[in-house]
Design a binder for this molecule. Structure first.
Ligand code: ADP
Ligand code: MG
Length: 680
């Protein structure tokens, strides 16, 4: 099979440079890639309808004999037209073909064919326009339907595919070794490729599909694991004493049991001489991840090591810095903030102190990972709101120490199986409990006829001294009726809130501008913040009690959940108003889910079912390779591929065994598209 990837598509008979170019448009350059160009759908020719049972305007397959000579002529607009009568035991139908002079020689009088197409009832009886057909003697029950490009029709792709399939060697080198396939009941590669294109039956198609999907997910899974796998076998930053109890006594509140459990799990890893902490902490918005991270930092520092805490934005870094400094400086821990907007001399000063070991804990943004930042003895790296950081950035920060421990915090709840795939070999801890006494957030769904009333409600809250977010999906003038932040803010300032300080925030602003608006809001100089979703991550303004979201149907549920989590952080009752005029069932159901639960994991699951994984991860953002047949929404196969991955790793000592050479080759090939060279 692998040699077919080096065989150019032009080498197939009937493919010249012109046709080859059309195939290139489909992303197909080699014969191997052609074989991986799977059908988008299938026509089922096995389900034959009798002519008497044909319903009007339905796609059907009939088996009928050609029972007349062709009548030919021209339409008024000059199109060549050919008609022929066909019969089965139940009745007759007329077939009509346009602009096809060859048809009169292709269908032979007295022979039986299968005709597939859309049928309709006319005054003259059943009629089918330009059906596709195959001779009854040699028909294939299930016909593939490919995604096409102008100039390349389905029939041509089918014929080319048949030629390519003939080139498959007698025994194909299967990335899944025999005993693995037997163990997990998967068919072999040659059978799968033949049947995904030209299934012998529906059952054969299903087994082919399953095998190819599972293989692709397995390859993805193993690839991600090796991508993220660090040498973990020796703990180079062994922690000898646990200071979590001492840390808790510094806090103004008691930790929740969930927080304590997660801290224990982390410290357990750090104290194990054969492990390195390498953990993702997932916790819903407001579950108190920062306190968990702070506790781990405290223990690390008390054991004589430094910590680096990386946040995705300056404002978040600043928030963390302020709260950690307040907590830890009084007990003698030296903290510093390192962000891009500091003066060069200030940055140099902090970097010097990091290198000399004078600073114990540094909190910052990307400025932390530049080459200039060096540490004296970095023992722990914490990254907050992980989904904004690429794997590469994390690796860069880790390289600044001698295999430091890693703690990744994410507020994006991900269905468990998906998490396992995306986060590869990170262990996962979940904070599944909110601190007591959290304020209720009342969620309301309204249509735009109630907007003015809702704005009046916002005004009332502001009058009481609170603050509000108003979120809209777009920033520029919109062609549709989508409300854009700029336009909308202008209207609000003029008509509704001309006596209230309003700020605007959107993704096209420079980050310094954004930071300054956010800061004004955090400092309560701005009362109403009109923004796109850029506020989504992590920001903590406890005085904000109301969030109004325009065109709410446009957002993913997880996104809505994140947005809603911006309120209900203080002592006051909070409100989330979802504005939507969408009448579709799906939109309504999604918004109802928001009203019925505040549990991020439930919401993530619902979102996943309704929209697929696109919401969690733009594939670009995560550098995931493009999948050709599987989808991350296919949780059952995800589970199976996960199981097989565990088995393979154990069975072959990380794929070093020769039996898995072909599988390794597939991993390299899949990840080539992401440009990741670290895989081998
Ligand atoms: P998130 O998990 O969303 O990052 P934070 O760490 O920002 O949540 O915590 C949200 C708020 O809850 C903070 O003001 C924090 O001080 C407070 N908090 C954290 N843990 C507890 C607890 N066990 N009891 C009471 N309040 C807590
Ligand atoms: Mg947080």
């Amino acid at each position: 099979m692998s040699s077919l990837y080096s065989m150019k598509i032009e080498q197939l008979s009937g493919i010249g440079s012109k046709r080859a170019e059309l195939f290139h448009k489909l992303g197909v350059y080699s014969v191997g890639e052609l074989l991986n160009y799977y059908p988008r759908d299938y026509e089922d020719w096995s389900d034959i309808t009798e002519i008497k049972d044909v319903k009007d305007s339905s796609a059907v397959c009939i088996r009928a004999v050609v029972g007349s000579a062709f009548k030919t002529g021209y339409t008024k607009s000059g199109k060549f037209i050919a008609r022929v009568a066909v019969y089965d035991d139940s009745g007759g139908a007329e077939l009509v073909f346009f602009n096809n002079r060859y048809i009169v020689n292709m269908l032979k009088y007295g022979e039986t064919y299968l005709f597939f197409g859309k049928a309709s009832h006319t005054l003259d009886g059943v009629n089918m326009v330009s059906p596709v057909f195959q001779p009854d003697k040699s028909f294939t029950a299930v016909q593939p339907v490919y995604n096409l490009t102008a100039g390349l029709n389905n029939k041509f792709i089918i014929n080319t595919m048949k030629k390519a399939l003939l080139l498959l060697p007698e025994t194909v080198n299967d990335p899944l070794p025999d005993e693995l396939r037997q163990k997990f009941k998967l068919c072999d590669l040659k059978y799968a490729i033949n049947n995904i294109h030209f299934p012998e039956s529906i059952a054969a198609l299903e087994s082919a599909r399953k095998r190819l999907v599972v293989e692709e997910l397995l390859v993805l899974n193993l690839g991600l694991r090796s991508l993220k796998n660090r040498k973990r076998s020796t703990n180079r930053n062994l922690i000898t004493s646990d200071y979590s109890k001492q840390f808790e006594s510094l806090l103004p509140f008691e930790l929740t049991n969930a927080q304590r459990r997660v801290i224990e799990e982390c410290v357990g890893d750090m104290k194990n001489p054969d492990l390195t902490l390498n953990r993702l902490v997932q916790g819903d918005v407001g579950s108190g991840k920062t306190a968990v991270a702070a506790s781990i930092c405290y223990t690390t520092i008390k054991n004589g090591k430094q910590c680096a805490f990386m946040a995705p934005t300056e404002i978040l870094a600043e928030q963390h810095y302020n709260s950690l400094k307040e907590l830890l400086e009084p007990v003698g821990i030296k903290t510093a903030l390192l962000t891009g907007s500091l003066k060069a001399s200030e940055k140099d000063n902090i970097r010097q102190k990091l290198e000399s070991g004078e600073i114990d804990l540094v909190i910052g943004t990307h400025a932390l990972i530049t080459d200039k930042t060096l540490f004296s003895d970095l023992g722990l790296v914490v990254t907050d709101e992980q989904h904004r950081f690429g794997v590469a950035q994390r690796a860069k920060l880790l390289s600044k120490g001698n295999s430091p421990h890693l703690l990744v915090m994410s507020a994006t709840p991900i269905p468990r199986t998906l998490g396992l795939i995306i986060f590869g070999d990170l262990d996962i801890s979940i904070i599944d409990e909110l601190p007591p006494g959290r304020q209720e957030i009342e969620t309301l769904i309204i249509d735009s006829s109630k907007r003015v009333r809702a704005l009046g409600f916002v005004r009332d809250e502001v009058k009481k001294g609170r603050q509000a977010y108003i979120v809209c999906p777009l920033i520029e003038e919109s062609e549709s009726d989508l409300v854009s932040a700029q336009e909308y803010a202008a209207e609000l300032m003029l008509n509704y809130f001309n006596d209230i300080p309003i700020g605007i925030l959107h993704g096209k602003m420079k980050s310094a501008e954004k930071e300054s608006v956010m800061r004004d809001f955090a400092d309560n100089n701005i009362k109403i913040l009109v923004s796109t979703t850029v506020i989504e991550v992590g920001i903590d303004v406890p005085n904000a009690t109301i969030i109004m979201i325009e065109n709410a149907e446009r957002f993913g549920l997880s996104q809505l959940h994140q947005l809603r989590g911006r309120v209900g952080r203080g002592d006051e009752k909070s409100y989330c108003i979802l504005v939507s005029d969408s009448r579709t069932q799906n939109a309504y159901e999604r918004l109802k889910t928001m009203k019925s639960t505040r549990d991020g994991f439930k919401i993530a699951d619902a979102d996943f079912k309704l929209r697929g994984p696109g919401d969690f991860f733009g594939s670009r953002q995560h550098g995931l390779p493009k999948l050709s047949i599987s989808s991350l929404a296919d949780t059952r196969n995800l589970d199976l591929s996960q199981k097989i991955a565990d088995y393979v790793i154990k069975d072959s000592n990380n794929l070093t065994d020769d039996r898995y050479r072909a599988l390794k080759g597939e991993i390299t090939r899949l990840f080539k598209s992401t440009g990741d060279e670290t895989l081998n």
